[in-house]
Design a protein around this ligand. Structure first.
Ligand code: ADE
Ligand code: ZN
Length: 324
């Protein structure tokens, strides 16, 4: 099964750029920016990186974020991700970038865009096509939402395909972001908010109804509402399921008890993804392997999951065909 999964041409639809930074990349950044106080010794960094709990995850995430000062740092991050994707035979990824966080940290928008563009070119040379999702950090509110929208629409970098919403969900209603998603969709960007990762099915309903979600980030709690599951099936709205992330952040107890089983049984379009892979000790191949083992899937069923991701991607039709 391991070699079968490796050989599948894979697509990743839910990975955060900052959350994709592996130990090698962070080591390079830490040595470039010693003032950040991130360990520059590999063994020490590996200890710092070992997931403890959600608060520690955020601490490491923000430490990585604090070292991203300019185009060279963004380039390092993108190329580190692309090398890891190439290693796993992942041919295409839609990568979530949060411009607001970089810009409030003092990076010029042009520097961010230059690093994304040069990193994307190097990724293509490695055989990995990258596309971007610019997302709103929900906890930063409407000012960040407006800034994200304005940046996305005024810059429109090559490869930008979608508009997202991440961060905590509790107390941060999706509906308040509707005008920003309306404008993004009007401009041709696809709607891909996180919903139902840390709150119940009502958040997913709101993502579907208020934000016209074309895919849902996570969607874990949809199984609590049969009418919602039926709606997702009927409308063919895919879920970007991130099983290991959900276990590590303690939203579900184990891969074996992850609702991915009920989702598949109900006919929901499930795609497998990593979210913040090195933080959670995840790889895309590992997600396929773990779900295949937990659900006792046949190779044909595993191949179907990989096909789902190709079909749910925002690649043009001809490029999808090449990956099927
Ligand atoms: N941003 C990065 N990782 C995230 C996650 N797991 N949920 C919400 N927002 C995030
Ligand atoms: Zn996410």
């Amino acid at each position: 099964m391991r070699s079968f999964i490796h050989a599948l041409p894979k697509v990743e639809l839910h990975v955060h750029l900052v959350g994709s930074a592996g130990v090698g990349t962070v080591l390079e950044l830490a040595r470039r920016h010693p003032e950040a106080g991130v360990p520059t010794d590999r063994a020490e960094l590996e200890r710092f990186y070992t997931f403890r709990d959600f608060d520690h995850f955020l601490k490491v995430y923000w430490a990585v974020q604090s070292m991203l000062k300019g185009r060279a740092d963004i380039h390092t991050l993108v190329v580190g991700l692309a090398r890891e994707l190439a290693r796993q035979n992942v041919r295409y990824a839609e990568v979530t970038v949060t411009p607001h966080n970089h810009i409030t940290d003092g990076m010029a928008g042009d520097e961010l865009l230059a690093g994304l563009a040069s990193g994307r070119a190097e990724a293509a040379a490695l055989g990995v096509d990258l596309a971007w999702c610019f997302d709103i950090p929900g906890e930063k509110g409407l000012v960040a939402a407006r800034e994200t929208l304005t940046f996305a629409l005024s810059e429109r970098p090559d490869g930008l395909v979608s508009f997202g919403l991440a961060g905590p969900e509790a107390g941060i209603g999706r509906a308040q972001f509707a005008p920003f998603f309306d404008a993004a969709r009007d401009a041709g960007l696809h709607s891909v908010p996180h919903a139902g990762e840390t709150t119940g099915p009502e958040t997913i309903w709101s993502a579907v109804r208020d934000l016209r979600a074309e895919r849902i980030g996570h969607g874990t709690s949809c199984v609590e509402d049969p009418a919602l599951v039926e709606h997702l099936v009927l409308k063919g709205i895919p879920l970007e399921v991130c099983p290991t992330s959900n276990v590590r952040t303690q939203q579900v107890a184990s891969i074996e008890t992850h609702p991915v089983r009920q989702m598949l049984d109900a006919g929901v379009v499930v795609t497998l993804n990593t979210d913040d892979p090195p933080f959670f000790g995840a790889t895309l191949e590992g997600e396929y392997l773990a779900v295949a083992a937990a659900l006792d899937l046949t190779p044909a069923q595993v191949a179907r999951l990989a096909e789902n991701a190709v079909l749910a991607s925002f690649l043009p039709g001809s490029r999808k065909t090449a990956l099927l």
